[in-house]
Design a protein around this ligand. Structure first.
Ligand SMILES: Cc1ncc(COP(=O)(O)O)c(C=O)c1O
Length: 478
């Protein structure tokens, strides 16, 4: 490892500042943790002492010249980008900024349909014309994956003016696809490649076989450091390695979209997450992989679920078998104090950290108790395989974002929704991938899927659309 990767300039400066016992006559109002609700003070104390503002010596995220600049450079060096930005509002703000900085109003943008809501929001803010790329459906694992290379090729041939392609890599379940081919194809047509790599921050480790899209030459890559590496919630990176996008524009949108008082603990955790990855040893890797094997063995051989394979060893995905209700399993897991990351109607996803956190023998006992109870109690739900709820064609939105602004909305029951145009997104959460996008024509199969998921008590955003949704009133003025 490069010696300079041993440094943590931002974290160190904050610690020094704290050790200096400075007197605060500035914001934040907790005054280095001295003023706080007494019953919570003890818990928050050491954290509050690191919660600074832009004082002399601790730099400014929006105009970095000192320790933040240095910490970002170390990150760029580790992740092999030309420039890395620290983000304090998750991949969400990174996705918004990368789209706003790369595209102009009216530009055609090819976008993987099963993207996170922040991508759709970014396109709406930028006023671009999304062209949706249908994802392939993986019959074995019973879920959508990514658009095939052929799909992207077809879209580029049809929409020759396309400015950018936006991809999600890896998917929530840790699966990857031949993104290199797509990047090369897009670049050969001078199309900018923007990648939401929210779940791939750890791909920079040499011990994992999946490569990062940064390494593969995407123009901008956004990663949530907080998802797969040890960092505070909302800590994320935006990596740039392209002259196709002006860096000034990225800086401009980031200072517009992010707080003018960015959290120093979050930024310091980005400095530390990079350090953690850069100093991760082969011995740690051996321990991790041995642990993963034991944890996977705990989940294996169940009558109730199938343990899937994933390209990301930290993702453990169970696909529930026919007749087993994933919500029931989730409840039993909760009773054993086991909390998965994500539940769909068919899958339960567990995410491991980069070090062992539970004794595999304890986990084994917990899972045995769960499976014993499943034999005796539940197993009543029939899983209807309501697949293919995304359009299988390459399609633009039914209404442009500009037209949507002038269109009246009205409430519509799900029974009458088919064929209408959605005025809002309907989003199972997590994973935050809209089943219906704003401005999209509503399909019967999508309605069925949404109703099915409500039936199975899945969580949605918004959370009160069980009976219907807002649509655009296209009859107005007729
Ligand atoms: C694929 C994907 N992109 C972006 C995001 C947003 O990330 P963040 O929570 O860091 O804002 C998520 C969050 O779950 C996600 O799954």
């Amino acid at each position: 490892m490069d010696n300079k990767q041993n440094q943590t300039p931002l974290y160190q400066a904050i610690r020094d500042f704290k050790d200096n016992r400075n007197v605060s006559f500035h914001v934040p109002g907790h005054k280095n943790g001295e003023i706080f609700v007494s019953k919570a003070k003890e818990h928050f104390q050491s954290f509050l002492q690191m919660d600074l503002t832009e004082l002399d010596g601790v730099d400014d995220l929006h105009a970095p010249e000192g320790i933040i600049k240095k910490a970002q450079e170390l990150a760029a060096d580790w992740f092999q980008s030309n420039y890395t930005y620290f983000l304090v509002n998750g991949s969400t703000v990174g996705n918004l900024a990368m789209i706003l900085a790369s595209c102009n109003s009216g530009d055609q943008v090819l976008v993987q349909r099963n993207c996170h809501k922040s991508i759709l929001h970014g396109m709406e803010l930028a006023g671009v014309q999304p062209i949706f790329l249908p994802p392939a459906y993986d019959k074995l694992n019973q879920r959508y994956t990514a658009p095939s290379v052929a799909t992207v090729k077809g879209a580029i041939a049809k929409y020759q003016e396309a400015k950018a392609v936006i991809l999600t890599y890896p998917d929530y379940f840790g699966d990857i696809y031949p993104i290199q081919e797509i990047i090369d194809l897009a670049h050969s047509c001078n199309i900018t490649v923007l990648v939401d790599e929210a779940h791939g921050c750890h791909f920079s480790l040499p011990y994992l076989s999946a490569p990062s899209a940064v390494e593969l030459g995407a123009d901008i890559v956004v990663q949530s450091a907080h998802k797969m590496t040890p960092a505070l919630t909302m800590a994320a990176y935006l990596h740039v390695q392209s002259s196709r996008v002006e860096r000034e524009r990225i800086s401009y949108y980031l200072q517009m979209l992010q707080s003018s008082s960015p959290s120093y603990p979050i930024m310091a955790s980005l400095d530390l997450a990079r350090y953690y990855l850069a100093t991760f040893t082969p011995e740690q890797s051996d321990i991790l992989f041995a642990y993963i094997e034991k944890i996977r063995a705990c989940f294996n051989n169940s009558d109730d679920w199938i343990l899937e394979q994933s390209d990301d060893p930290l993702k453990i995905c169970l696909r529930v078998k026919e007749g087993v209700n994933s919500q029931d399993i989730k409840q039993l897991f909760a009773e054993e104090k086991l909390y998965p990351e994500l539940m769909t109607d068919k899958h339960i996803l567990f995410i491991l950290g980069l070090e062992p956190t539970i004794d595999p023998d304890i986990l084994k006992d917990k899972i045995r108790r769960i499976t014993d109870r499943l034999i005796f109690s539940f197993k009543h739900a029939k899983i209807e395989d309501k697949n293919h709820y995304f359009n299988e064609d390459i399609t633009p939105l039914a209404l442009s974002y500009a037209d949507m602004q002038h269109q009246q909305q009205k409430w519509c029951s799900w029974e009458d929704a088919s064929g209408k145009i959605a005025a809002e997104a309907i989003i199972p959460y997590p994973p935050g991938i809209p089943l219906l996008a704003k401005g999209e024509e509503i399909r019967e199969t999508t309605v069925e899927k949404i109703q099915d998921l409500f039936e199975q008590k899945m969580s949605f955003q918004p959370n009160n659309r069980r009976n219907g949704l807002y649509i655009y009133d296209l009859t107005e003025g007729e």
